[in-house]
Design a protein around this ligand. Structure first.
Ligand code: FMN
Length: 145
């Protein structure tokens, strides 16, 4: 089954604390597991950038739940792509505290999947590449001493 990827941006309803997010992500992960979705939620204290990957049907139902959530405002889809392989195959969902500058770079990449990157903004593939670079330290196996 082909793996699709999507990303969205939203603004958290304040106040937030890590235990809220832990509970929300546990709930999200339990649902995502059922529908074959994996992904990551980057949070800089104000904005969420969520990356989801999986079969189209799974993404649709997970994103429908995202859109219904009262815990954030204005979820806005950034784009969809075909990453080939999953970026985060072992994460039904996980949240990471994000550096706002890095988050903005990933958000500002062109997530549109129309293949018409104008040379000034990276294509959707490049946007996924930026995200991959950001996640690499969290994904790489521990180095041997
Ligand atoms: C930023 C954000 C990301 C979410 N991601 C997912 C997700 O990946 N999968 C999912 O099924 N639900 C997702 N949700 C929905 C929440 O898991 C769900 O609405 C919440 O845990 C239910 O809590 P409540 O009963 O307090 O509304 C997300 C919600 C928010 C705000």
């Amino acid at each position: 089954m082909p793996v699709l990827a999507m990303a969205f941006l939203s603004t958290a309803v304040q106040p937030w604390n890590p235990s809220h997010l832990d509970a929300l992500v546990d709930d999200a992960a339990a649902f995502n597991r059922e529908v074959g979705v994996t992904g990551v939620l980057l949070f800089d204290g104000i904005h969420f950038l969520q990356y989801l990957e999986g079969p189209a049907a799974g993404l649709d139902v997970a994103f429908a739940r995202v859109q219904r959530s009262p815990h954030h405002m204005g979820p806005q889809e950034l784009g969809r792509g075909r990453p080939g392989n999953r970026l985060v195959p072992d994460w039904p969902m996980r949240w990471l505290l994000a550096d706002p500058t890095q988050l903005r770079r990933v958000v500002n990449a062109d997530w549109s999947d129309d293949g018409t990157a104008d040379g000034e903004r990276p294509s959707a593939d490049a946007a996924i590449g930026l995200l991959q670079a950001y996640l690499r330290p969290f994904l790489s196996p521990p180095s041997r001493a």
